[in-house]
Design a protein around this ligand. Sequence first.
Ligand code: APR
Length: 169
Amino acid sequence: MTTLTLVQGDITRQSVDAIVNAANSSLLGGGGVDGAIHRRGGPAILEECRGLRASRYGRGLPTGQAVATTAGELDARWVIHTVGPVYSATQDRSDQLASCYRESLRVADELGARTVAFPAISTGVYRWPMEDAARIAVETVRATDTAVEEIRFVLFDERAYTAFAAQAG
Ligand code: APR
């Protein structure tokens, strides 16, 4: 049985098995969630990301895919890095955004993670409209068969929280 919870706050302060990072293909850090996770999680995360670039992901992690590393100093066991699509008004990339949630849960299941915190992927720098991103996020996790017991959406502000609450019912 998977419960869906919504929290307004900072994803780097969550005590869960896995924290999902809204990364970019380089896996070498950035701003927003990515910057916060690397800042608070410390260098061990970036070290493992560099290792992934040197081994499996020489050309970067493709959009919609997910890969796990240590969580470093965060109160979690793993960070699951996923790359959201940049919003496009002309091209429907909804499947790629849905894939971020599906693939992150698949990786969580491989790890045996029972509690997973997600940010609102693609709704910041990647400019995806919040309401539509919330719809895709909630619909996708509800449609995904997973052993994860708690899926926690961690929303940074009121606007995001309201949008996700409207979808979560
Ligand atoms: N905790 C929870 N949510 C956060 C936090 C935080 N500490 N910081 C930002 N957010 C929210 C933003 O307000 C936004 O709603 O996370 C959502 C996603 O925003 P971004 O982090 O900008 O991620 P995204 O839109 O997917 O863009 C990814 O941004 O930071 C770079 O390296 C990253 O290139 C990648 C791109």
